[in-house]
Design a protein. Structure first.
Length: 142
């Protein structure tokens, strides 16, 4: 199981790039972290590119990436033999800074989903905030 440092939401959000932070701040005005994650994942991004989820149409596989993200994220945070080496490496970083933690988790999951770590960073931060509100053990047992 991964151990996450308990810190404020603002402290975790501070690791994001300014353009990511401003978007996430707007998303959080209207809901909680999980709502903001879904908005981020369903965001169209730039008008001349595919949606972040990879779909060209608004209804195709809507929510599937979010569902798969949470399944893999739970395995990574709560412990799975698929992520045994990554968890050992992560737990040695816990005393380091938050940017390294977010970067590490984003990089591990980016490879699974075939997306960039930069795309995943905001939802990693939001997921960490959500988890630290209840504690890792409690979240894994939910």
């Amino acid at each position: 199981m991964i151990q996450l440092p308990d810190d404020t939401a603002d402290s975790w959000l501070s690791v994001l790039k300014p353009y990511q932070r401003s978007t996430i701040d707007e998303f959080l005005k209207d809901g909680n972290e999980e709502d903001a994650i879904n908005k981020w994942l369903n965001s169209a991004g730039a008008s001349d590119t595919s949606k972040f989820g990879g779909s060209q149409t608004s209804n195709a596989n809507k929510g599937e990436f979010s569902k798969q993200f949470w399944l893999e994220f739970r395995k990574l945070i709560c412990g799975s033999e698929n992520y045994e080496n990554e968890i050992k490496g992560f737990n040695s970083l816990v005393e380091e800074n938050k940017a390294k933690i977010v970067g590490f988790l984003s990089t591990v999951l980016a490879g699974i989903f075939g997306v960039s770590a930069i795309f995943l960073a905001p939802i990693i931060v939001l997921a960490i905030i959500s988890i630290t509100k209840v504690g890792v053990n409690a979240w894994c047992n939910m």
